[in-house]
Design a binder for this molecule. Structure first.
Ligand SMILES: Cc1cc2nc3c(=O)[nH]c(=O)nc-3n(C[C@H](O)[C@H](O)[C@H](O)COP(=O)(O)OP(=O)(O)OC[C@H]3O[C@@H](n4cnc5c(N)ncnc54)[C@H](O)[C@@H]3O)c2cc1C
Ligand code: SF4
Length: 550
C-alpha cells in the first residue's frame, strides 16, 4: 500500500503534547497541572514503560525536585541515599592522586545531593503526573512533527506493523495524531525530532556547535564489605590520553549497589578509539577494581550527553513549541549533572505555556521562555562553567581541567579572565584519517570484571521487533564505504556501545552490516559519523533497551 492509499490517522486534541517521559517532560507535565488543573496534557514515551530508556549516573542536585514536588522529602522515594563522601582522583596507569576537596570549586561539591536511579525517579514523577490527570502513553514513539501554517501543531506516533521490506503486516496499524496548542520536546540529548526542528527553524544560528559525550554505565551488586553507602567518586586521566576528554564516575547507593560509568568526549580524534573498551580498561585500575571483587554486574547501557553548555544552547522557542531538558542542551559538564536543569526547564516552559493558554493564545512562539532561561537558575548554573569544556578541548585534560577549575573559581566570585570561549569544530569533524593514527590494542575481556559488547547488551534487555525497517538510516551507502570504511577504518564498529555496526568481508569486498536490533538508543552514531551519513529515527514504539533501574 503506498502512502496515498493509507487509511487516515485518528487524531486527538490536547492543550499540550509532551514528547519524552524523562525528568524534563514529566516536570513540565506536573507543573502544567499544578498551575492549571484543567489543562489537558499528554506525554508520549518511546520506551516500553516510563524509565525503560532512562540512563544516568545519577547524583541528583535536588534544586529542581524541591521546587516541583516540595513534599518529596517526607515520602518514600528512590532518593534514599544521601551523599556522604565526595572524592576526585587523577589516574595514572597504576597510581592515583586525590585532589583535596578544598581545591575544588564550591559548585562541584556534592554534599546535599542524592544518589539514585534516574529511571526510578522518573517512575516516581510519572505517578505524581498521573495523579494530577496527565495522560502518559509509553510504548509510543513520536515519529513525525505536525505543522499547520508553518507552526508546530503536535506530533504523530509511528505506524506499527511494517515489515523490513516496507510491506504492511497483518498487525499494521496507523499511528495516531496528537494535536496540541503547544508541543514541548523533551527527547533528551540529540532527540530525533528536536534535531529536525533545530534545522528547520534555524535554532542553531548564532550559537556555537553543540558538543557531545558518550556515557557508558554498568550497575553492580557488590559485597557488603566493598560497599560504602553514599560514596561519590570521580576520576580523570588514565586510560584516556591527555588529548581525549572524559572520565569516570562511581556511586554507592541503595542496597549494596554501585553505579560505575565512563564518559568519553565525542571530539576524540583517533578512529581506533573504543569508548566501550576504555570503560572496560578503567575498571581494572587498582583504585577501583577491588570494589567489584565477588560482586555481580546486573545491568549495562549507554547514552549520549550534551557538553556544549551555555554557548551551544539553541534558540528554544519556535511557533507552536519549545525544547526543554537535554534536548535543549542543559547539561552541566564539569558537574556531570543535567537532571536538575531538565526539571527546572520543564517547569519554566510549563509556566510560560500556562500564561499563554490563559491569554487564549495557541501555536505562537513562547518568546518569554526564550528570554527567561538565561536569567534563571539554569542560566546561572551553566554560565559559571561555560569555559570548562572549551579549555579541556583546546589544552587537553591536565592543563585544560586545571585552568577550567581556576575559571570556575573566579566565576563563583563573579568574573572570568577569559570571557566566553568558543568551542571548535562539531564532533563529527574531529576524526583524523586512520592512516594518521595508531591502532589501539585493547586487552581481552576476562568475563569477571571486563566484558565484551554482546554479553553487555544482553544486560540492557534490549528488544526490537525484528521484522521492521532498519531505524539507522545510512543515507549514502557508497560514501560509507569510500569514507567511513576506506578513510577512517570503520569507527562505527568501535564507537557504537552495542556492536550494531560491522564491516564484514564478503567475496573480498567489505559489506556494512547493521544489527539494528541491538541498538540501545544512545544516539552516538547520529553524532559521530564523520560524514553525518547516519540518521537515527525512532523504531517501532516500545523497542529498545528495557533498563530496570538505570
Ligand atoms: C552516563 C550518564 C551519567 C549522568 N550522570 C548524571 C548525574 O549523575 N546527575 C545528573 O543530574 N545528570 C546526569 N546525567 C545527565 C542526565 O541523565 C540528563 O541530564 C537527563 O536525563 C536529561 O533529562 P531529559 O528529560 O532532558 O532527557 P532524558 O532523560 O534523555 O529523557 C528523554 C526521554 O524521552 C524519550 N524520547 C526520546 N525521543 C522520543 C520520541 N521521539 N518519542 C517518544 N519518546 C521519546 C526517551 O525514551 C526518554 O525516556 C548523566 C547522563 C549520562 C548519559
Ligand atoms: S546504533 Fe547508534 S544509537 Fe544505537 S547503540 Fe549504536 S551508536 Fe548508539
Amino acid at each position: 500500500m503506498n502512502a496515498a492509499n493509507l487509511p487516515a490517522r485518528e487524531a486527538m486534541e490536547f492543550d499540550v503534547v509532551i514528547v519524552g517521559a524523562g525528568p524534563a517532560g514529566l516536570a513540565a507535565a506536573i507543573r502544567l497541572k499544578q498551575l492549571a488543573p484543567d489543562t489537558s496534557v499528554v506525554v508520549v514515551e518511546k520506551g516500553s514503560e516510563v524509565g525503560a530508556h532512562i540512563l544516568s549516573g545519577a547524583v541528583i542536585d535536588p534544586i529542581g525536585l524541591d521546587r516541583l514536588v516540595p513534599e518529596w522529602r517526607k515520602e518514600e522515594t528512590p532518593l534514599g541515599t544521601a551523599v556522604t563522601a565526595d572524592r576526585f582522583y587523577v589516574l595514572g596507569s597504576s597510581g592515583a592522586v586525590r585532589l583535596p576537596n578544598l581545591l575544588m570549586p564550591p559548585l562541584m561539591n556534592n554534599h546535599g545531593n542524592f544518589i539514585a536511579s534516574l529511571g526510578d525517579v522518573c517512575r516516581y514523577l510519572a505517578q505524581k503526573a498521573e495523579a494530577l490527570g496527565v495522560e502518559i502513553y509509553p510504548g509510543f514513539a513520536a515519529a513525525e512533527v505536525l505543522f499547520e501554517n508553518g507552526a508546530v501543531a503536535g506530533v504523530a506516533t509511528g505506524d506499527m506493523g511494517i515489515g523490513k521490506d516496507g510491506h504492511h503486516k497483518a498487525s499494521f496499524t496507523r499511528g495516531m495524531e496528537l494535536r496540541a496548542k503547544y508541543t514541548l520536546f523533551a527527547e533528551g540529548a540529540r532527540g530525533s525530532l528536536s534535531k529536525m526542528l533545530i534545522e528547520r527553524f534555524g535554532l542553531h544560528q548564532n550559537r556555537q556547535p553543540q558538543k557531545y559525550g558518550i556515557g557508558l554505565k554498568e550497575l553492580w551488586q557488590v559485597t557488603p564489605d566493598n560497599f560504602r553507602t553514599g560514596l561519590v567518586q570521580h576520576t580523570m586521566g588514565w586510560p584516556l590520553a591527555n588529548n581525549t576528554g572524559g572520565g569516570s564516575f562511581l556511586y554507592h547507593f541503595g542496597d549494596n549497589l554501585v553505579s560505575v560509568g565512563f564518559v568519553v568526549h565525542l571530539n576524540y580524534q583517533n578512529p581506533y578509539l573504543s569508548p566501550f573498551e576504555e570503560f572496560q580498561r578503567f575498571k581494572t585500575h587498582p583504585l577501583v577494581r577491588d570494589t567489584f571483587a565477588g560482586g555481580k554486574r546486573i545491568c549495562y547501557g549507554a547514552r549520549a550527553i550534551t557538553e556544549g553548555g551555555w554557548q551551544s544552547v539553541p534558540k528554544l522557542a519556535f511557533r507552536g513549541g519549545a525544547l526543554i531538558g537535554c534536548a535543549a542542551g542543559f547539561m552541566n559538564v564539569p558537574r556531570i549533572k543535567g537532571s536538575h536543569n531538565a526539571i527546572l526547564s520543564g517547569m519554566l516552559a510549563a509556566e510560560h505555556v500556562t500564561t499563554a493558554l490563559a491569554a487564549g493564545r495557541a501555536h505562537d512562539e513562547l518568546a518569554d521562555y526564550e528570554t527567561a532561561w538565561r536569567g534563571s537558575p539554569i542560566g546561572h548554573d551553566l554560565w559559571r562553567v561555560r569555559n570548562a569544556k572549551p579549555l579541556w578541548s583546546k589544552l587537553g585534560t591536565f592543563a585544560g581541567v586545571a585552568l577550567g577549575g581556576l575559571d570556575m573559581w573566579t566565576n563563583t566570585i563573579g568574573f572570568s579572565f577569559l570571557g566566553t570561549l568558543k568551542h571548535s569544530k562539531p564532533d563529527f569533524a574531529t576524526l583524523k584519517p586512520a592512516a594518521d593514527c595508531r591502532p589501539i590494542a585493547y586487552p581481552k575481556p576476562d568475563g569477571k570484571l571486563t566484558f565484551d559488547r554482546l554479553s553487555s547488551v544482553y544486560l540492557s534487555n534490549t528488544n526490537h521487533e525484528e521484522d521492521q525497517p532498519v531505524h539507522l538510516i545510512v543515507r549514502d551507502a557508497a560514501l560509507q564505504k569510500a569514507s567511513e570504511h576506506d578513510v577512517y577504518a570503520g569507527p562505527s564498529a568501535r564507537y557504537c556501545p552495542a556492536g550494531v555496526y560491522e564491516w564484514v568481508e564478503e567475496a573480498g569486498q567489505p559489506r556494512y552490516v547493521i544489527n539494528a536490533q541491538n541498538c540501545v538508543h544512545c544516539k552516538t552514531c547520529d553524532i559521530k559519523d564523520p560524514n553525518q551519513n547516519i540518521n537515527w529515527v525512532p523504531p517501532e514504539g516500545g523497542g529498545g533497551p528495557n533498563y530496570p533501574n538505570m
